[in-house]
Design a protein around this ligand. Structure first.
Ligand code: PLP
Length: 372
């Protein structure tokens, strides 16, 4: 296995002094209040291991949040575990249930850890393309690809890299498909609060019948603009969470204590998450406005902090060559979407991250305007 495209493109961005809209992380500061809360927690002496499941007051505040947002009661004691990031939660969920030879349905384009995480467990990824250009799930194809070996379906909404989001109709299809089967679900909801245009987030947590068979994975780093914290959590049924913890206890055991203490205080203010959709929507809308002056055609982004663009008015190069060339010649870095497909499917689409300061977005678009 080689180096990921994110490493390659970021190195290229540095080498050519390019504005990096490739990798998904904010370049603006995180909340001062949350930083102060971590400092305070450290001064108060929260510097030793917290329990393996996570700091209880944080799990309690998360359970309250889930009840407030999705009307589902989850037990902080038996259903929530704090993890070192969303990726780890996903890996742990897969490792908890997969046996060699099991099949796992993955929709592509897909976040880059899914396929390797399935394969390292000896299981087989069954890949289904999201329908371009809306990147919707073709549920008829899902029905067709389900077999007696299907162990799990992986979901991701809001979706990286496309910004697509699942709708109520999708959840109805999913419920119908898994009813009466032993299929598990791993739902990657790390962009939970980054959803726009007043669309309700279709969390698995809204559906108790789905939660029974699901691992729902979240990331504090993604929603609180501190990706470097690598802190997240997983919610599941009591029975599945018990198994999840068997893997977790010998892998990481216990996560960063002062951050958990700080988050338990910070999240108890509902505004800490209710304000996030409009904050990020403003960034999306600003980027869309700026990009109108370029020859790129933006696709729809309803969530996450990514937006995809086609460039057929500029070139018919492969998306990878195009991304490399515009980094070198015009000084803006994007990510070619073909890298999110195992087979390298190239719809000639690149992904931009708009979780950036307005000045960064302006500087990037100033350069993109020059591409004719
Ligand atoms: C879809 C998706 N899932 C998970 C993650 C990782 O989250 P974390 O940094 O908390 O591991 C990312 C980060 O890019 C992501 O885009």
């Amino acid at each position: 296995m080689g180096t990921t495209i994110f490493t390659v493109m970021s190195a290229l961005a540095t080498e050519h002094n390019a504005v990096n809209l490739g990798q998904g992380f904010p370049d603006y500061p995180m909340s001062e209040e949350l930083i102060a809360d971590v400092n305070e927690a450290m001064r108060q002496g929260f510097n030793q291991y917290v329990p393996m499941q996570g700091y209880m007051p944080l799990r309690e505040v998360l359970a309250e949040k889930v009840q407030g947002l999705y009307k589902t009661i989850v037990s902080p004691d038996t259903q929530i575990t704090i993890t070192p990031g969303g990726t780890y939660a996903i890996y742990t969920a897969l490792t908890t249930v997969l046996q060699p030879g099991d099949e796992v349905i993955i929709f592509e384009p897909a976040y880059d850890s899914y396929v390797p995480n399935v394969e390292v467990n000896g299981a087989i990824p069954i890949l289904i393309d999201l329908k371009f250009p809306e990147y919707k799930i073709d549920w008829a194809e899902v029905r067709h690809k389900i077999s007696p070996k299907t162990k799990m379906i992986m979901l991701n909404s809001p979706h990286n890299p496309t910004g697509a989001v699942l709708r109520e109709e999708d959840m109805a299809e999913l419920r119908e498909i898994v009813k009466g089967t032993n299929i598990f679900i791993c739902s990657d909801e790390v962009y939970e609060h980054l959803i726009f245009d007043n669309i309700p987030h279709q969390s698995i947590l809204r559906y108790p019948d789905l939660l029974e068979r699901s691992f729902v994975c979240f990331s504090f780093g993604k929603v609180y603009h501190c990706t470097g914290w690598k802190l997240g959590y997983c919610i599941s049924s009591p029975a599945l969470m018990q198994e999840f913890r068997k893997v977790h206890q010998f892998n990481c055991f216990s996560c960063n204590s002062p951050q958990q203490v700080a988050l338990s205080k910070f999240i108890s203010n509902r505004n800490s998450y209710l304000s996030l959709p409009s904050f990020m929507q403003q960034k999306r809308d600003y980027f869309i406005r700026l990009m109108q002056n370029t020859k790129f055609k933006l696709l729809d982004s309803k969530g996450s902090y990514f937006i995809c663009a086609t460039y057929d008015q500029i070139s018919n190069e492969s998306d990878t060559n195009f991304s490399i060339r515009i980094t070198k010649e015009y000084g803006v870095t994007s990510i070619p979407v073909s890298v999110f497909y195992r087979a390298g499917t190239d719809n000639k689409v690149v992904r931009f991250c708009f979780a950036k300061k307005n000045e960064t977005l302006e500087a990037a678009v100033q350069k993109l305007i020059n591409i004719v």
